[in-house]
Design a protein. Structure first.
Length: 727
C-alpha cells in the first residue's frame, strides 16, 4: 500500500513538470504502433524541405518530456513485462545532414543520426550513418537493454523443498546488456572491388538468482554475472570477369567472470533437521573463448540460363574453463558413503580445469537452371562437419566432523582425475526444387529434400559428479540416419485485387546431438490478401504445425517416451483509409497449442513411469487502432489491445492416476487501451499528451499467488523540429 501511495505522489509533480517542460514520445513507451504514422505526419514529411547550412541541408527533430507512472498490484510482474519508469527523458531524436544537389560536400555527403529509448526506458538505441559514396560508407548502432525478471512461476517457491521469498521466486535477473555493430565499407560504389571492416562489442552484467541442488536439497544463490565479448571482422567483395566473389575473416574473443559468494548471506532456515543445510557457498568459474571464422563465396550467371552460387565457411573455436567451488554445511550424512551418522561439513571443494575445441566446416553449392521462360529448376547441396573434443582434470576434497565431535577421515579425489569426450558429426543434405509460372496470375513450386546424418561419440575417464572417485563406463557409439521431406505450394491471383498463397511440407528432420528419433512433421501455411478498393484491404492467414518427436536409443524406438506437439495459428487484419484524414486498423489472432510428452515422474513417493505431461494454450488476441485528423493542427491516435488465454479450460490434472497426467497452462488476460493527441503549435513545435493503461490478470488455476497488476502511464512531450516545411 505504501509503495502504491509513493508512486501516486511521484505521479503528480511529474505531470506538472511534464506539462510545463514536455515529455516522451508515445511510441517509445509501448510496443504498439506510434501515431507518428498518421496522415498529418505523412503530410509533414512531404514538406520537410530542410534548413540550409552552407553546402548542406539539415532536417532534425528532438522529442523530450515526462512520463508518469502508477502501478497497483505485483510490481515485479509489471517490471518483468514492461519495466517503464516515471521521470523526465530525452527520448527520441533524429538528425539528417545532406549535401545539396550538385555539391560534393566535405567529409561526407550524408550524415544521419537517430536515437530512441533513452532515459528510464528499459531499452535504448542509437544509429549513425555517414557516407561519401565514392570513398566510404559507415554504419554504426549501439543498443542497451535493462533486463528485469522476478516471477513466481519460474522454479515456483510454493513447490520448493526450501521456503523462499514468495514474491521473487527462486530465479531472478536484474541485468544490463550493451551491444554495438560498427561497419566501414571502403569504395562502396565500386563494382570491381570494395573492402569492409567491422567491430561488434558486447557487455553483460548484473545480479541474478539461481538454484543449486546439492546434498539432496535445493538452495537459492545470488550470482554476479559478468561477461564481455569483442568481435572483429574484415573482408572484400570483388568482381573477376563474370564471377562475383566475397571474402570475410572474423575473430571473436569472449570472457565470463561471473561468480557466487554467499559467505555473508543467509541461505535460509533448514525446514527439517534431517535435511542438508548449506551454510556458505563460493564459486569462481572464469571462462575464456576464442572463435576464428572464414567465409568465402562466389557467384556467376552463365548464358542467362545457369545461376551458380558456392559458399564455404570454416570456424575454429576453443574454450577454457577454470572452476573452483567451496562450501560448508551440516547434516551431510545421507550423501557420503561410509558415514552413516549425522555430521558437519567443515569444508567441501571441487576444482576443474577444462578445455574444448570445435573445428567446423559448412559448404553449400546451389545451381539454378532457367529451363524455359516459365520453368526454373534448382538444386542445393550442403555438407556440414564438425568435431568437438574436450577434457577436464578435476579433484575434490571433503572434510567432515561427526556431531559428537569425532573426526572423519578426509574424502579426497586428488591426482587430477581425467575425463575425455569426443563427438564427430557429419551431415549431407540435398534439396531439389522446381518453379513453374503458368502466367502472371498462377504459379506453383514443389521439391524434395534428402538428408543423411552420421554421429560418432567417445567418452571415458572418471565421473566428475561422484564424491568418491569412480570410473565411468566407456562409450564408443556410432549412429547414422536418413531424412526425407516433400514440399510444395502455389500462388494464385484469381482476381486483380485478390492473391492467395499456399505452402505445405511433409517429412522428417533430424537432431544434432541428442539420441532422439527423427521429427515427423507436417507444416501447412495459407494466406489470402484481398483489396476490394484502394482504401480497404483484408488479410487472412492460417499456419498449422504437427510435430512428433519419438525417443530412440541405439536405433530402438521408444514411442512411450515421445513428444507430440500441435499448433494452429490464425491471423486476420482489416485496414480502411477512407481519406487522408482518417484511418482504421483492426485484427484478430488465435494461437492454439497442445503438447503431450510421456514422462517418468514421482508423486507422493509413487512412481509413474509412463505418465503424461500436457500443455495447453488457447490465446485470443484482438486489436484496434485509429488515426484521425480532428483539425489541420490536431491529430488523435487511439488503440485497444487485448490478449486472453483460456489455457487448459476446465481440465484438471490427475497425478495419482494410472498412468497419471500433469497439466500446465497459463490462462491470463492482458489488455492495454491507449490514446494520444498531437497538436502542431507551429512550424517548429508539436505538443503531445497521451495515456496508456495496462491490466494483467492470471487465473487462480495456475498459481497459488496470481501476479496481477494494473498500471497507469500518462505522458506529455514536446517535439522540436528544425527544417520542417510550412505545409
Amino acid at each position: 500500500m505504501r509503495s502504491s501511495v509513493r508512486e501516486r505522489l511521484r505521479l503528480l509533480p511529474g505531470l506538472a513538470l511534464g506539462l510545463m517542460l514536455m515529455a516522451v514520445n508515445a511510441g517509445a513507451q509501448q510496443p504498439s504502433p506510434s501515431p507518428k504514422t498518421s496522415a498529418e505526419d505523412k503530410t509533414v514529411s512531404s514538406t520537410q524541405t530542410g534548413e540550409e547550412a552552407g553546402d548542406y541541408t539539415i532536417v532534425s527533430s528532438l522529442e523530450f518530456g515526462y512520463r508518469g507512472l502508477s502501478v497497483v498490484g505485483d510490481h515485479n510482474k509489471y517490471r518483468s513485462d514492461l519495466n517503464y519508469k516515471a521521470g523526465p527523458r530525452l527520448f527520441d531524436s533524429s538528425f539528417l545532414m545532406r549535401a545539396k544537389e550538385g555539391k560534393t560536400g566535405g567529409l561526407f555527403d550524408t550524415l544521419l543520426v537517430n536515437s530512441t529509448g533513452w532515459g528510464a526506458d528499459p531499452y535504448g538505441h542509437v544509429r549513425i550513418s555517414a557516407e561519401k559514396s565514392s570513398w566510404y560508407r559507415f554504419d554504426g548502432n549501439y543498443r542497451r537493454f535493462k533486463y528485469f525478471n522476478f516471477l513466481n512461476n519460474i522454479a515456483n517457491p510454493n513447490y520448493a523443498t526450501r521456503p523462499t521469498d514468495p514474491v521473487t521466486g527462486q530465479h531472478g535477473y536484474d541485468t544490463r546488456q550493451q551491444m554495438g555493430d560498427f561497419d566501414l565499407t571502403i569504395l562502396p560504389k565500386n563494382r570491381q572491388i570494395r573492402f569492409t571492416v567491422g567491430y561488434s562489442p558486447e557487455r553483460y552484467s548484473g545480479p541474478a538468482f539461481t538454484t543449486y541442488h546439492f546434498g539432496g536439497d535445493d538452495f537459492m544463490l545470488l550470482s554476479e554475472t559478468r561477461s564481455r565479448a569483442n568481435n572483429y571482422r574484415f573482408g572484400l567483395d570483388a568482381r573477376l570477369g563474370p564471377v562475383d566473389i566475397s571474402f570475410l575473416q572474423g575473430f571473436r574473443r569472449f570472457r565470463d567472470d561471473s561468480f557466487i559468494d554467499t559467505t555473508d548471506r543467509n541461505l535460509g532456515v533448514n525446514p527439517a533437521l534431517t535435511n542438508f543445510l548449506l551454510t556458505s557457498f563460493r564459486r569462481n568459474q572464469p571462462a575464456r573463448g576464442h572463435i576464428n571464422f572464414t567465409r568465402f563465396s562466389a557467384h556467376t550467371f552463365l548464358a542467362r540460363k545457369l545461376d551458380v552460387t558456392a559458399r564455404i565457411i570454416y570456424t575454429s573455436s576453443t574454450s577454457d574453463v577454470d572452476f573452483v567451488e567451496a562450501f560448508t554445511g551440516a547434516n551431510f550424512n545421507t550423501r557420503v558413503t561410509g558415514v552413516p551418522t549425522a555430521n558437519i561439513l567443515n569444508l567441501g571443494t571441487y576444482s576443474f580445469e577444462a578445455d574444448t575445441k570445435r573445428p567446423q566446416t559448412l559448404g553449400d553449392l546451389g545451381i539454378t537452371y532457367m529451363a524455359t521462360d516459365k520453368l526454373r529448376i534448382s538444386d542445393t547441396f550442403r555438407v556440414e562437419t564438425f568435431q568437438i573434443s574436450g577434457g577436464s582434470l578435476y579433484s575434490s576434497a571433503f572434510f567432515l566432523t561427526r556431531t559428537n565431535g569425532a573426526p572423519v577421515p578426509p574424502i579426497l579425489a586428488n591426482g587430477n582425475l581425467v575425463t575425455n569426450r569426443i563427438t564427430k558429426y557429419r551431415k549431407l543434405q540435398n534439396t531439389i526444387e522446381a518453379d513453374y509460372q503458368f502466367n502472371d496470375r498462377y504459379s506453383i513450386h514443389f521439391g524434395y529434400r534428402y538428408g543423411s546424418r552420421h554421429i560418432e561419440e567417445f567418452y571415458n575417464g572418471f565421473n566428475p559428479g561422484a564424491i568418491v572417485p569412480a570410473l565411468v563406463v566407456p562409450v564408443a557409439d556410432e549412429e547414422t540416419n536418413h531424412t526425407n521431406t516433400f514440399f510444395g505450394g502455389f500462388r494464385a491471383r484469381p482476381l486483380k485485387n485478390w492473391t492467395i498463397y499456399f505452402d505445405a511440407e511433409r517429412g522428417a528432420a533430424d537432431n544434432v546431438f541428442t539420441r532422439l528419433g527423427n521429427y515427423d512433421y507436417t507444416h501447412v501455411r495459407a494466406r489470402s490478401r484481398y483489396a476490394p478498393t484502394r482504401t480497404l484491404s483484408f488479410n487472412v492467414s492460417v499456419i498449422t504445425r504437427d510435430n512428433s518427436n519419438p525417443s530412440e536409443i541405439a536405433g530402438v524406438s521408444l514411442q512411450d517416451f515421445g513428444v507430440d506437439i500441435k499448433s494452429r495459428v490464425f491471423t486476420s487484419t482489416v485496414s480502411w483509409t477512407p481519406n487522408s484524414k482518417l484511418s482504421f486498423n483492426a485484427g484478430y489472432n488465435y494461437n492454439w497449442v497442445e503438447s503431450d510428452a510421456v514422462v517418468n515422474y514421482f508423486f507422493n513417493n509413487v512412481q509413474h513411469p509412463e505418465g503424461h505431461s500436457l500443455y495447453f494454450m488457447r490465446n485470443n488476441f484482438f486489436f484496434f487502432d485509429t488515426v484521425a485528423q480532428l483539425h489541420p493542427r490536431v491529430t488523435l491516435y487511439a488503440a485497444y489491445r487485448i490478449n486472453k488465454d483460456t489455457g487448459q479450460g476446465d481440465r484438471r490434472a490427475d497425478p495419482t492416476g494410472t498412468p497419471g497426467f500433469l497439466i500446465t497452462s497459463y490462462p491470463m488476460s492482458y489488455q492495454s487501451p491507449e490514446a494520444r493527441v498531437a497538436v502542431r503549435l507551429n512550424r517548429w513545435l508539436d505538443w503531445n499528451v497521451g495515456y496508456q493503461y495496462y491490466n494483467y490478470r492470471e487465473s487462480p488455476l495456475i498459481t497459488v499467488r496470481p501476479q496481477n497488476y494494473h498500471a497507469h502511464l500518462p505522458y506529455v512531450s514536446l517535439r522540436i523540429y528544425f527544417g520542417r516545411g510550412r505545409g
